[in-house]
Design a protein around this ligand. Structure first.
Ligand code: ADP
Ligand code: MG
Length: 672
């Protein structure tokens, strides 16, 4: 007869050993914790000695505060710490390690000895531990202020773990890597790493160094010469970003991404992915950048209570933080933060051939060609060019294409933001804020784009719900808000050739949307003349507030850049100018700005597909325009995640409709 297995409770020390083995998986984990303890103890010099990759010996000596003799009895017990008293402290703690578990865990899987001296003490004390407890009372001995932690025979009592370590060399390299990273992050602390018995250190940094010199000392001059410094602060996210990243010309075979969040070395796959994507535009396949980034987030927003072996961190607003970091690096790489001027070579008509070009909308080939006004200057390398035909290359190559526009170098101090104090503008902004819906904001900020369903309707997902929205309404509102909030601070889209206002407006009158009635209205020439006059009389203001530059010869030279990397469909320009003259209320300041921003938003949302299909939503006979769908997915909808404040009316006017909800569907299925 088969014996029924008996369930027995495991002995406590076995439980502790298993738990400790979970926490300390390899020498590098143990060292990381010990390093943090030394840093927490305000050390300025930390020396590490290794034998057999840290498995035989892992010793760390610091010159920090030391441990009080009376605490030596309990420091290696679980949950003993000098850093945390209440659970709530977790929210504000900046030294978040094992919460009193590191020394205890190590003492369960290795022979642990502590030699320590505090400032006030006459001599040092040495104590050895087994399974969290002192083996014998601490012994007085000679020593300097600070602490030496000696870990010997790691995993002596877990044979399987010991055997799973592939090579001493690999463990050694891991330890060196951890120390190197902490050394770069803590340049005011001197670090050395040595193999036992050797005199030469493998890593050595000085006590009063800086990040860059330490990168040079550890990674060499090729990296250090290629570094760009990044620094950014985002008030909404309470996020501080600092660091050094390699420039667009630097490539390496190995990806080095050193990430500290609130001074703790961590990993974030999400962030790494986003960064890879930014660099992929510049670096070829198999080439990698170097990054050292230090993020500081409100400790409230970092999930510290994760399992200690989880180097992967999670934090609140992760998507937004990741996006922001990506943006900051992108800006650095393209140098576009120094300049917000982008050139576009207009194939727009000059006087003679205007009508032909604009009318070419029916001619698909030409329209496609005209979409390629994203022309870059000659000295931009191939891989940074904007597509000339989206079918030629893969779409993901073009993520973050803002770098593709040739930019005019400007010094940093030229781009300081102007503060707008106009009551009219402030009131209009207030109106936006008062009308905004928090629920909708949450939905748009966290939405996942699904795809376009028709020229007007776009699908996206939020949580477990599927929504369909009138993208025309939504994007018009977004551009309206951008125009209001960027007021007086726009980047510039420059035309390569000046374009005649009069000719453009006349062209606008040709279009059916102008509702021009021949016979009833004045001759087109007269209307175009009047409209040109109206715009000319506001030229100074248009330039000053909206970056629309108009020269004395009545030519328009530029447009405001509302979204980096995004150009409005210039086919819409004639109608836009005509409507600026006819639809903007130029008599009243606030109304003027409101209607101006609305008209501008309308123009920036226009797209060829939309125009072709006009009022019908039947897309069966209209091929979606590739540029436009690409823009929807990669430019327009992503920017809805940023600072868009969707108005409550979207919930009532049919702009946004929920068409499916997964939990509701489950309920339905359950009943079946
Ligand atoms: P935690 O760091 O979460 O407090 P540890 O087990 O890592 O838990 O350390 C326990 C305690 O031992 C610390 O709170 C600290 O008081 C003391 N300690 C450990 N290492 C050092 C060190 N190098 N210098 C001074 N004190 C230390
Ligand atoms: Mg600790």
């Amino acid at each position: 007869m088969e014996q029924v297995p008996v369930v027995r409770k495991l002995a406590e020390d076995v439980v502790n050993r298993i738990a400790a083995g979970e926490v300390i998986q390899r020498p590098a984990n143990a060292l990381k914790e010990l390093l943090e303890n030394s840093l927490d103890a305000k050390s300025t010099n930390i020396q590490i000695t290794l034998k057999n990759g840290g498995l035989k010996l892992l010793q760390i000596q610091d010159n920090g505060t030391g441990i009080r003799t009376e605490d030596l009895g309990i420091v290696c017990e679980r949950f003993t710490t000098s850093k945390l008293q209440e659970f709530e402290d977790l929210n504000s703690i900046s030294t978040y390690g094992f919460r009193g578990e590191a020394l205890a865990s190590i003492s369960h899987v290795a022979h642990l000895t502590i030699t320590t001296k505090t400032n006030g003490s006459l001599c040092a004390y040495k104590a050895s531990y087994l399974d969290g407890r002192l083996k014998a009372p601490p012994k007085p001995c000679a020593g300097n202020v600070g602490t030496i932690i000696t870990v010997e025979d790691l995993f002596y009592n877990i044979a399987t773990r010991r055997k799973s370590m592939k090579s001493f060399n690999e463990e050694h390299q891991k330890v060196v890597e951890v120390v190197s990273r902490y050394a770069i992050h803590n340049p005011t602390v001197g670090f050395t790493v040595k193999k036992q018995g050797e005199t030469l250190s493998e890593v050595k940094t000085n006590q009063d160094s800086n990040h860059k010199d330490n990168i040079l000392a550890i990674y060499g001059s090729t990296v250090s010469r290629a570094l760009l410094e990044v620094e950014d602060y985002c008030n909404t996210l309470k996020l501080k970003i600092k660091g050094f990243v390699s420039n667009a010309n630097y490539t390496a075979k190995k990806h080095v991404f050193i990430l500290f969040i609130n001074d703790r070395l961590v990993e974030s796959q999400g962030l790494k992915k986003a960064i890879d994507q930014v660099y992929s535009v510049y670096l070829g396949k198999g080439s990698y950048p170097f990054l050292y980034l230090s993020l500081h987030l409100d400790p409230m927003n970092v999930d510290v209570n994760v399992h200690p072996t989880k180097h992967e961190v999670h934090f609140l607003h992760e998507d937004k933080v990741i996006e922001r970091v990506g943006d900051v690096i992108q800006e650095k790489l393209s140098g576009s933060n120094a300049s917000r001027t982008f050139y576009t070579q207009t194939r727009l008509p000059t006087y003679n051939d205007t009508s032909i070009e604009i009318k070419s909308k029916e001619n698909n080939e030409k329209t496609k060609d005209k979409q390629n006004v994203f022309i870059t200057s000659q000295n931009v390398s191939q891989n940074k060019m904007v597509r000339t035909d989206s079918t030629e290359q893969k779409i993901d190559k073009f993520l973050n294409t803002s770098s593709s526009f040739a930019s005019e170098p400007k010094s940093e101090d030229e781009i300081t933001r102007r503060e707008i104090k106009l009551t009219s503008v402030l009131t209009l902004r207030k109106e936006v804020e008062n009308q905004s819906s928090e629920t909708l904001q949450r939905i748009f900020q966290n939405h996942k784009y699904v795809g376009v369903a028709s020229p007007t309707w776009t699908l996206f997902q939020y949580d477990t719900e599927l929504y369909i929205c009138n993208s025309n309404n939504v994007l018009q509102e977004m551009f309206y808000q951008i125009t209001l909030y960027e007021f007086g601070n726009f980047g510039v889209i420059k035309f390569s050739n000046p374009l005649s206002l009069y000719e453009l407006i006349k062209l606008g009158l040709e279009q059916p949307e102008s509702e021009y009635q021949s016979g009833e209205d004045k001759p087109k020439e007269d209307l175009a003349r009047d409209a040109t006059e109206i715009i000319m009389s506001r030229a100074l203001m248009l330039n000053d507030y909206f970056s629309i530059e108009i020269d004395d010869d009545e030519n328009i030279l530029s447009l405001p850049l509302l979204l980096e990397g995004y150009l409005p469909d210039l086919d819409g320009l004639p109608l836009y100018l005509l409507r600026l003259a006819s639809e903007v209320d130029w008599s009243n300041e606030k109304e003027c700005f409101r209607t101006f921003c609305r008209e501008t938003a309308r123009f920036y949302v226009m797209h060829p597909w939309k125009q072709q299909s006009c009022d019908t939503d039947d897309i069966s006979d209209v091929a979606p325009d590739n540029n436009w769908t690409w823009n929807m997915e990669h430019m327009l909808f992503p920017s809805l995640r940023k600072s868009f404040q969707p108005p409550k009316r979207f919930l009532e006017d049919g702009t946004l409709l929920q068409i499916a909800s997964l939990p509701e569907m489950y309920k339905v299925f359950e009943r079946c």
